[in-house]
Ligand binder design. Structure first.
Ligand code: LER
Ligand code: MN
Length: 268
């Protein structure tokens, strides 16, 4: 397993769930603390160029774990369940850009809150809109060796795909080899009856994992059953990324340091 941590650009809004802000300036710290990679939480695919990113990674011996896209929803209000033609075209443009970036760096693009909500419509209507545009993005990604990873998110943030089992059902409907699941144990603690058993049940689809404790603080600072989580990941021979998405509390460096110490001593 490899350990990553979420980084957004310097000007990201408070609604961006990132531990660090400033890709270039945090890379050295992240490497020094003992992480293997950075998950880039982007609002737009042109926030960083391929050349800039390649240089930062090389200089700091880091990899990109994945590109995550929560800010496309939180800061720009775009979502795959939206029926508006222009906003769908904007999403297509951003996501093909994210896929192009991921085709060189990490090979994974996340779909969290940007999948969108159902709202007052029927689930079928919203899901039809999601499947149509997401299917096109997944086909574009497949040709470029990129996998789209769907992140179930708890009910207090979005009303569509909250539990990992609901995510698995949507992955089956999408029916693409490069469309998989990205469980976040913070959301699973709210939505899934049993974290370890759920990970084992959906083992074929788990391609990436987000980590934070039950209170979204550093791993080890809440009451998450980490033994259960890592024993399940061990049982399914999970070999992918675990990426830390905790609050930068009391500050980013302390949170990242507490987490890496806790996880490296016990599990990764
Ligand atoms: C949001 O709570 C979250 O976990 C992000 O990774 C997805 O947008
Ligand atoms: Mn997450």
């Amino acid at each position: 397993m490899k350990l990553g941590i979420v980084v957004a650009s310097e000007n990201a809004l408070p609604s961006a769930f990132a531990v660090f802000r400033g890709i270039e300036k945090s890379a050295e710290i992240i490497h020094r603390l003992g992480y293997d990679g950075m998950e880039l939480a982007l609002k737009e695919s042109d926030e960083i160029t391929h050349d800039e990113l390649r240089a930062i990674l090389k200089k700091n011996s880091l990899q990109v774990s994945a590109i995550s896209t929560g800010q496309v929803f939180a800061a720009r209000g775009l979502m795959f369940t939206d029926s508006d033609k222009e906003r769908r075209a904007e999403l297509w443009k951003s996501f093909t850009g994210f896929v192009d970036l991921a085709s060189e760096f990490g090979g994974l693009v996340n779909v969290g809150r940007v999948r969108g909500s159902i709202g007052k419509r029927s689930k079928e209507e919203a899901e039809g809109l999601f499947l149509d545009l997401m299917g096109q993005v997944a086909d574009y990604a497949e040709k470029r060796g990129v996998t789209i990873i769907l992140e179930p998110v708890n009910r207090y943030e979005i009303d569509y795909i909250n539990s990992v089992d609901q995510g698995a059902e949507l992955v089956r409907k999408m029916d693409r080899p490069n469309f998989a699941l990205m469980p976040d144990v913070f959301h699973m603690n709210i939505e899934d009856a049993h974290i370890g058993e759920t990970l084992i049940r959906n083992r074929e689809m788990v391609k990436y994992v987000h980590l934070a404790d039950t209170n979204r603080l550093s791993c080890g600072d809440g009451h998450m059953d980490w033994d259960d989580i890592f024993s399940a990941l061990g049982k399914i021979n999970y070999n992918g990324w675990c990426s830390v998405e905790c609050f930068p509390v009391p500050d980013a460096i302390t949170a990242a340091e507490r987490t890496v110490k806790f996880l490296r001593e016990r599990y990764i």
